[in-house]
Design a protein around this ligand. Structure first.
Ligand code: MF3
Ligand code: CO
Length: 256
């Protein structure tokens, strides 16, 4: 039952969640044409130090994988999950950019991501992609509550995304989170309402809307980095959510 958190751990995740929301909102402002991707990483590491949190992705090495090289996951256009900011890569007008990261506050992790379009370009398809990822994240979150089957979340996500003529990734999924970045249960972006286990009060989960404009097939570009096989665009929206007695609480939202 390690996946049901006690009050002390929940409170740590609440604090970490606010810190992560603030950090991501600062990084969002930096997504301008001409920006060096490594500058985003440097600023992220600086903000982690300032806030007394550690960047969980940096050095993350599950099942014999090489250590993840950076604190941020950063994907551009047809790059998909688990890409990192690379030297010499510079953002340009019209790029679809995804920033995804995990921080650890006093032993507890929180994970969130967003996508946006750099600069002034208003390509209809890219805009639809980014807007749908965000919209479907909130629509799926609205299903969350104790006793709710994970399949309700997954099914809602898939239905809305496909109704827009877009697709969900099948090879990657949302997940539980806590002392580990990835915990039970897995939360796929597709499926039937009867799939999966029921959520319990006190679970902390990451719902990840993983959306693409073309086919859902993802290929590896290196041991970590992935891209859409057909060159379509990719976008992602993710929050860490607490299952409460009568619904949910989004932990990675900024205070108003
Ligand atoms: N939200 C991403 C995930 O759950 C964060 C990955 S960090 C990485 O997969 F280090 F694994 F890349
Ligand atoms: Co995640």
């Amino acid at each position: 039952m390690g996946f049901v958190k006690n009050t002390e751990d929940i409170n740590k995740m609440r604090i970490g969640g606010k810190i992560l929301a603030d950090i991501l909102s600062e990084l969002r402002k930096m997504l301008t044409p001409g920006r060096k991707c490594l500058d985003l990483e440097k600023e992220f590491i600086r903000m982690c130090q300032k806030n007394n949190v550690t960047p969980t992705c940096k050095g993350y090495a599950p099942y014999g994988m090489p250590p993840f090289p950076t604190g941020l996951c950063l994907s551009i256009n047809n790059q998909s999950v688990h890409c990192f900011p690379r030297k010499k890569v510079i953002l340009k007008d019209g790029d679809v950019v995804t920033v995804d990261t995990v921080i650890n506050y006093k032993g507890l992790n929180v994970d969130a991501a967003f996508s946006t379009i750099v600069g002034k370009e208003k390509d209809g398809l890219k805009k639809k992609l980014v807007d749908t990822a965000e919209k479907v994240l909130y629509a799926s979150i609205s299903e969350v509550g104790p006793g709710v089957r994970i399949g309700r979340i997954s099914n809602k996500m898939q239905k809305i995304v496909e109704s827009q003529g877009l697709n969900v990734l099948k090879d990657y999924a949302g997940h539980g989170i806590g002392r580990e970045m990835h915990e039970y249960p897995e939360i796929p972006c597709y499926g039937n309402v009867t799939d999966g286990a029921k959520l319990l009060e006190g679970m902390t989960i990451c719902i990840e809307a993983l959306v693409c404009t073309g086919g859902d097939k993802v290929i590896n570009a290196s041991e970590w980095e992935t891209r859409m096989e057909d060159g379509g665009y990719f976008a992602q929206a993710e929050h860490t959510i607490l299952v409460t007695k009568d619904g949910y609480e989004i932990l990675t939202l900024k205070d108003k």
